[in-house]
Design a binder for this molecule. Structure first.
Ligand code: COA
Length: 214
């Protein structure tokens, strides 16, 4: 493993903790109390605030600010210009430091471009927030969240494909072949536990999203 890489324009405050193989690109800022895992990438103009905890292999696209109160587990994807928040009722005249609300983005979740996460919510493992959605409540594992306000529009597999459940509550991901089960409104993968790493041969995409839909 290599030491973390910081572009020459990035500012990494003393005391920030950044794991090996993590890359921080142009004009980005990691604040002193931030804790970032291994193998992550932070695109141009990103910011990680004091007290934020980020797991391993998290991909943060350009123009994303991750504010105090946010916790991000392993393998999360934050799309370009998505917005995270930490105070429900901000007022410039009222100091609410110390009242930051907790937002938890669980393992493998994706937040689409330009989506907004209103603070105080938990986004389940492998949940998928569509571009431009506004998430204002909790969503469970594998939920596809679309629109404003964000609505539950079905389910996305770990590889990011719609899951169409049959009468018995079973569905198969067209890319990985993994089997999923829907029981009492919760989805679980039967082939590989949510906490296990994907095998290497299933970590590279070779066909587009639309090709799998046909
Ligand atoms: C949600 C998403 C995965 C598509 O899901 P899908 O179910 O395959 O959607 P489809 O393309 O089949 O469209 C189904 C309907 O949803 C609408 N739709 C698609 N994406 C939408 C979105 N982000 N917000 C609102 N509506 C959306 C379509 O217009 C269509 O509406 P219609 O039925 O009235 O014609 C995709 O649009 C998306 O938002 N991906 C995230 C992309 C992104 O942010 N990437 C970041 C890395 S660059």
């Amino acid at each position: 493993m290599a030491a973390p890489y910081y572009h020459s324009t990035a500012v990494i405050d003393e005391g920030a903790c950044v794991g090996n193989d993590t890359r921080v690109w142009h004009f980005s800022h990691v604040c002193a109390g931030a804790k970032i895992g291994e193998g992550c990438s932070f695109g141009q103009n990103t910011m990680v605030a004091n007290g934020v905890i980020i797991g391993n292999n998290v991909k943060v696209q350009n123009n994303v600010a991750i504010y105090t109160g946010t916790e991000i587990e392993d393998d999360v994807f934050l799309g370009p210009s998505c917005v995270l928040t930490n105070v429900s009722n901000p007022r410039s005249q009222i100091v609410r430091r110390g009242l930051y609300e907790r937002t938890l983005i669980r393992r493998g979740a994706t937040i689409g471009a330009n989506a907004t996460i209103v603070c105080g919510v938990t986004l389940g493992r492998y949940a998928f927030v569509a571009a431009g959605a506004v998430v204002a409540k909790d969503f469970s594992d594998y939920t596809l969240v679309v629109g404003v306000p964000g609505r539950d529009e079905g389910w996305m597999s770990r590889h990011g494909h719609r899951l169409h459940f049959d009468r018995l509550g079973r569905a198969t991901c067209p890319e990985s072949g993994y089997e999923y089960i829907l029981q009492e409104d919760q989805v679980r993968c039967l082939t590989l536990s949510e906490e296990e790493a994907l095998p290497d041969d299933l970590t590279v995409g070779e066909r587009s999203y639309d090709e799998f839909k046909k």
